[in-house]
Design a protein around this ligand. Structure first.
Ligand SMILES: *Cc1c(COP(=O)(O)O)cnc(C)c1O
Length: 360
């Protein structure tokens, strides 16, 4: 499949001086670059009208299917400016595959993997002046697809719009938050067997927000979700996977049971840990066991991982009827080492034995 992209000149790009000011402290997900990608899909015709143009508001009919039935999926990946001055994406092929797995679950069309990767590369190339010149800086890419047919009947849409936007990004969590505190959601589930938990879709996030609101109201950073059937097995956070580290040097991460998002950071860390000869089991781990192991000292570290924040230590876990601290409440040794190892590969500062870094 090859589609050629129409390039529309930006009528009014951000002036260099204004961009430099924005890039001093871009935050996460709010400092957007000048351009965007759009590709349309029409049933019977396939993908067409690929274009890169000025970032601008969409025109959608108020009866567009996505606005009513949430037929929407997305991806998140980062582009890095490497130490040798080149630019690279991290495992974009894995994002492309997962995008199609999500599309399948949401009854949406498949986007050829090479078109996904090409669209990401093109946007990075056109907006390459938007890499923030700060520690931990990157371009966060957000490819997504929405159901754009104007129709209120409930069925898979016959038209879709695929887009990629990009945001200049610093650290996800404000530095000075060395470890996050988690609230165990007892009332709300994120995903159930047979549901959409393994798909990266906006609907999962919408369903997680009441729990997140509760966590914030009680003074915690993030929610940890348990399985929907027994309310016992630890699944993941609203947008990050979890790893547990024990005092014998082994680790556990919950298995990809269909209710957990198959994180690419999770997969990368599993691979790096096994490369080091560490024992990592993909195994269910219960909230009762987590508390007992943290209190006995058998569990020494817990960390969350995902593209946006990379690796984040968990310091404290609370629920209505209990609360416990992990290790000394700050980032542990293995958490720090694995993070360093992954970030070094992503930034081109360490060897890349698995061929994860895709240069532009
Ligand atoms: C995106 C996401 C993750 C992390 O996936 P990465 O590929 O590592 O960024 C974890 N959980 C959920 C629910 C997600 O949406």
């Amino acid at each position: 499949m090859s589609l050629s992209f129409t390039r529309e000149a930006h009528p009014n790009p951000t002036a260099a001086e204004a961009r430099t000011a924005l890039l001093q402290d871009p935050g996460f997900g709010k400092t957007f670059t000048d351009h965007m990608i759009t590709i349309r899909y029409t049933e019977g015709q396939g993908w067409h009208d690929a274009s890169i143009h000025a970032r601008r508001p969409l025109t959608l009919d108020p009866a567009a299917a996505v606005l009513h039935y949430a037929q929407e999926i997305f991806e998140g990946l980062k582009a890095y400016a490497l130490e040798d001055g080149s630019m690279a994406l991290f495992r974009p092929d894995a994002n492309a595959r997962r995008f199609n797995a999500s599309a399948d679950r949401l009854a949406m069309p498949q986007l050829p993997e090479e078109l996904f990767v090409e669209s990401c590369k093109l946007l990075v190339d056109v907006d390459k002046d938007w890499f923030p010149p700060i520690e931990g800086g990157s371009l966060y890419l957000r490819p997504f697809m929405i159901a754009s047919e104007t129709f209120l009947g409930v069925k898979p849409s016959s038209e879709y719009l695929y887009m990629v936007i990009a945001a200049s990004t610093g650290n996800y969590f404000k530095s000075g938050a060395p470890a996050v505190s988690l609230w165990v959601s007892q009332e709300f589930s994120r995903a159930a067997p047979g549901g959409t938990g393994a798909a990266k879709c906006g609907g999962n996030y919408a369903a997680s927000l009441a729990a997140q609101r509760e966590a914030i109201a009680r003074g915690h950073d993030q929610v940890v979700f348990l399985d929907a059937a027994e309310n016992r097995w630890i699944e993941e956070l609203g947008g990050m996977n979890l790893f547990f580290v024990f005092n014998d040097g082994t680790m556990i991460t919950p298995p990809l049971s269909g209710t957990i998002l198959p994180g690419i950071t999770r997969d990368s860390l599993l691979t790096l840990a096994r490369d080091e000869g560490l024992t990592v089991r993909e195994e269910r781990y219960g909230i009762d066991q987590w508390q007992a192991d943290a209190e006995s000292g058998k569990l020494v570290e817990t960390f969350a991982c995902g593209t946006a924040a990379v690796v984040t230590a968990v310091g404290k876990v609370s629920a209505p009827d209990f609360s416990f601290t992990i290790g000394a409440g700050g980032p542990g040794q293995l958490t720090g080492r694995l993070k360093e190892k992954l970030v070094s590969i992503q930034r081109g500062a360490a060897a890349d034995p698995h061929g994860w870094v895709v240069r532009l």
